[in-house]
Each structure stands twice: as structure tokens, then as C-alpha cells.
Design a protein around this ligand. Structure first.
Ligand SMILES: NC(=O)C1=CN([C@@H]2O[C@H](COP(=O)(O)OP(=O)(O)OC[C@H]3O[C@@H](n4cnc5c(N)ncnc54)[C@H](O)[C@@H]3O)[C@@H](O)[C@H]2O)C=CC1
Ligand SMILES: O=C(O)C1=N[C@H](C(=O)O)C[C@H](O)C1
Length: 258
């Protein structure tokens, strides 16, 4: 049985993961961490990860960007692999994540769903054909009104998958209201919509001359992220130091199924 610490256990995703693990005989949450203590869980909950003294094989993190610095220190110090799902990290924090992965296994993904991870591969392929043919690339993402970061980590990851495939020559454009000028062909526009209880929608538009191709992913429930994160935790427990992503976990799960 894999023993997991749930960082951000009393949040929306923390509670989804808790419910999934309760039904899974391969993984158990042995401790939680959260600033908010208003939920009763069947494991001990600590207000900060630095005071968590429960032994574990892996940490699953869905918390807040501000919590990630302490999380990385703890993970490196205790040599516990971490599945890092929190979005909105700064560039400095991304450097810290990379540095931590030199000492412990870190799996970072802005989106744990199978659909988005497949979409990244499809977009890389589409971009290499459509961008040189003059198609403009735009991303529109929609999320619930409680989300703190914008644009979503997923929108940035989708843009990165196209930009990586195109040799990193594209700039990301988040706002067109500050200047009056035509769209630069070497930009990827990213727009964020916030409202109600939308779980997560990502639409990628390739707009060419007289034709438009659109790719769209809709998450109808948070369990698509939760299931992916739990599979990622099972994959990462016991792994040697290194930087892993969701594609690594999906590949391993598919190889096991064969
Ligand atoms: N990678 C993925 O597939 C997904 C990533 N996310 C990301 O995960 C994060 C959490 O999302 P939600 O659960 O929807 O948010 P939420 O706001 O419902 O939950 C976050 C929880 O973290 C707690 N928290 C805040 N500071 C903390 C600290 N220093 N230590 C421990 N806990 C702390 C909060 O009290 C709260 O209970 C966000 O960054 C979100 O964008 C969300 C869904 C999917
Ligand atoms: O905050 C959320 O809810 C989500 N955040 C992630 C992101 O920023 O991409 C993933 C998912 O879309 C839900």
C-alpha cells in the first residue's frame, strides 16, 4: 500500500483525491496539510507541511503557489517524491522545482487529465503543419469564479506544446486592450474567462485564410484530474530523482495494461 500526504487536503481537489483514495486498495492518505481546518478527515491534518511528522512514500499537491516553496524544501529534506499539480508558479519557483528534481522525484503537470495530455501531442503536430501555412493560434480558457491564477496553467502548457514544436519563436499575448495595432503573426493569444462553477474548458483555435480548425477539451468533473493525480502518485512513489511529467505516468500505465 502506497502512503501519501495530501497537501491542500481541505480544498476542492484535496477532497476529490481523498474520496478516490478511500476506494483504492493500492494507495492510502496517511496525512493531510491545510491552513483551513474546517473539514473532518480520517487522517491527521497539519497546518503546515514543515510540521508533518508522518512517514510517506509520496506527496500529492493541490494547494496554492505560496505553499510550494515549503513543499519543495520538505520533499527534498525527507526525500519524498512529489506530484506537483498547483498552478500559477512564478519563474523563480519553476527554477526551484527544477533544482529540487535533482535531489528527489518531481512530477509536475498543470493538467492531470488524459484528454489534455493527448491534446498537447495533437497540438504539437497541428502547429507544425498549420503555423507555417499562415494560421494564427489563439487559446481561450474558461474556469470557475474561485480560480486565483490566470491564464490557467493548462492554457500555458498548451501554448508551450505548440511553441516547443515551432522552435520557441512565439510570444504569448494576454491583453490586446493596451495598444492599437494588428496582430503579430508570431504571437499566441491567450484569453481567460472566469465564471460560476465551470470546471475547466480549453479551446485552441487555428485561424487561417477562409478556414478555421478548433480543438476543445471540457472537464465535466474534477475527478478527471483526481484520477490522473492518483495514478501519477502510484507511478512516482519509489522513483529516483528526476523531473517527470504526466506523459511519463500515462505511458507507464499503458505499458502495464498491455
Ligand atoms: N494539475 C491539475 O490537473 C489541476 C490543478 N489545479 C490547481 O490546484 C490548485 C488547487 O486547486 P483547488 O483544489 O481547486 O483550490 P482550492 O482553493 O479549493 O484548494 C486549495 C487548498 O489549499 C489550501 N492551502 C492554501 N495555502 C496552503 C498552504 N500554505 N499549505 C497547505 N494548504 C494550503 C487552501 O486552504 C485550500 O483548502 C490550484 O492551483 C489549481 O489551479 C486544480 C485542478 C486540476
Ligand atoms: O483551478 C482549476 O480549477 C484548474 N486549474 C488547472 C489549470 O490552471 O490549468 C487545471 C484545470 O483546468 C482546473
Amino acid at each position: 500500500m502506497i502512503k501519501a500526504i495530501m497537501n491542500g487536503c481541505n480544498g476542492k481537489m484535496g477532497q476529490v483525491i481523498s474520496a478516490i483514495c478511500k476506494e483504492d486498495p493500492q494507495i492510502e492518505i496517511v496525512a493531510g496539510v491545510d491552513l483551513y481546518d474546517g473539514i473532518k478527515n480520517d487522517y491527521p491534518v497539519f497546518p503546515n507541511i514543515s510540521v508533518c511528522d508522518v512517514k510517506a512514500d509520496v506527496i500529492i499537491d493541490f494547494s496554492n503557489a505560496k505553499a510550494v516553496d515549503d513543499l519543495l524544501v520538505y520533499s527534498v529534506d525527507k526525500k519524498i517524491p512529489v506530484v506537483l499539480c498547483t498552478t500559477g508558479l512564478s519563474e523563480e519557483q519553476m527554477e526551484q522545482v527544477k533544482a529540487a528534481s535533482g535531489q528527489v522525484a518531481v512530477l509536475k503537470s498543470a493538467n492531470m487529465s488524459l484528454g489534455i495530455n493527448l491534446l498537447m501531442q495533437l497540438l504539437a503536430q497541428a502547429a507544425t503543419i498549420l503555423a507555417p501555412a499562415g494560421f494564427d493560434m489563439e487559446i481561450v480558457e474558461k474556469h470557475h469564479n474561485q480560480k486565483l491564477d490566470a491564464p490557467s496553467g493548462t492554457a500555458l502548457a498548451l501554448a508551450d506544446s505548440m511553441n516547443d514544436a515551432l522552435g520557441h519563436v512565439y510570444e504569448y499575448k494576454y491583453d490586446r486592450s493596451s495598444e492599437r495595432k494588428k496582430r503579430d503573426p508570431h504571437e499566441i493569444g491567450i484569453s481567460a474567462v472566469r465564471g460560476g462553477s465551470i470546471v475547466g474548458e480549453h479551446e485552441v483555435i487555428f485561424a487561417g485564410l477562409d478556414e478555421v480548425i478548433e480543438f476543445k477539451h471540457t472537464a465535466y468533473s474534477r475527478s478527471v484530474f483526481g484520477k490522473g493525480a492518483v495514478e501519477a502518485a502510484k507511478f512516482l512513489a519509489g522513483k529516483e530523482a528526476g523531473f517527470y511529467d504526466m506523459q511519463d505516468a500515462i505511458r507507464a500505465t499503458m505499458e502495464q495494461a498491455d
